[in-house]
Design a binder for this molecule. Structure first.
Ligand code: ADP
Ligand code: MG
Length: 227
């Protein structure tokens, strides 16, 4: 059986103006992510990992090339449709949690679903399940500032998958954590991705973690290569 393609980048280019010069970060990057697959993105700082994830997650437009989500080309869609696809199909986890400080862990996870139009009770139920799954059910009413770094990232991961997206994009999600906590958080992330059949791209500097994923890619000379 042919596996479904969740995300595809084709000939993606991204250039940044830097004074008089142009920094060419992505120079024709091709990448295919199948449903249910977890891929590590391992490359030195400054090579374009975040840029690639932002383009893939429809947070930035490529200067050239195409991004397909679930087989649909997203380049020429109006912004409101790109936003709608981003909200329903993409979960994003940043290196720093980016949780809303004035809301509890539970409320932070509920937010994307409420914005997506789900009913309050349903939303609350799913958010609680996700918190339990990430083993932080006992922290539901705590605000981000009252949580440890590892707990904050687990809430951020739960929030990213709350809408049951097709693709999870994680940008060095354990980069700010000590090695032991990073492993613990990564275990929870991997279990959640495997259990839900999501496809995921996880940028990481941690080769031990990268080894556990299905496939590893890197960026060099502005292109994506298997390693
Ligand atoms: P990585 O995540 O691999 O560390 P990034 O994708 O963040 O790399 O950045 C790649 C390069 O592009 C870096 O040199 C960075 O300074 C540059 N860059 C990223 N975003 C911008 C921007 N908005 N404007 C100018 N340069 C940028
Ligand atoms: Mg980065």
């Amino acid at each position: 059986m042919k596996r479904k393609i969740a995300l595809q980048l084709s000939g993606v280019e991204r250039h940044y103006g830097q004074g008089d010069t142009v920094l060419s970060i992505l120079k024709g990057a091709d990448f295919t992510l199948h449903s249910g697959e977890i891929v590590a993105l391992v490359a030195p700082s400054g090579t374009g990992k975040s840029t690639l994830l932002h383009v893939a997650g429809l947070l930035e437009h490529p200067d050239k090339g195409e991004v397909f989500i679930n087989g649909k080309s997203c380049n020429n869609l109006p912004d409101d449709q790109r936003t709608a696809i981003r909200r329903s199909e993409i979960g994003f986890v940043y290196q720093f949690h980016h949780l809303l400080p004035e809301f509890s862990a539970l409320e932070n996870i509920m937010m994307p679903q409420l914005i997506g139009g789900l009913a309050w009770n349903e939303t609350r139920e799913r958010a609680s399940q996700l918190l339990d799954y990430m083993r932080i059910g006992h922290r539901a009413t705590h605000r981000p500032a009252e949580l440890s770094g590892g707990e904050q990232q687990r809430v951020a991961i739960a929030r990213a998958v709350a809408n049951a997206p097709l693709v999870l994009l994680a940008d060095e999600p354990t980069g700010n954590l000590d090695p032991e906590t990073a492993h613990y958080v990564f275990d929870a992330l991997e279990a959640l991705v495997r259990q839900s059949g999501l496809a995921a791209v996880i940028a990481t500097h941690n080769l031990d973690l990268a080894r556990r994923m299905d496939r590893r890619v890197t960026i060099s000379d502005g292109k994506v290569h298997e390693i």
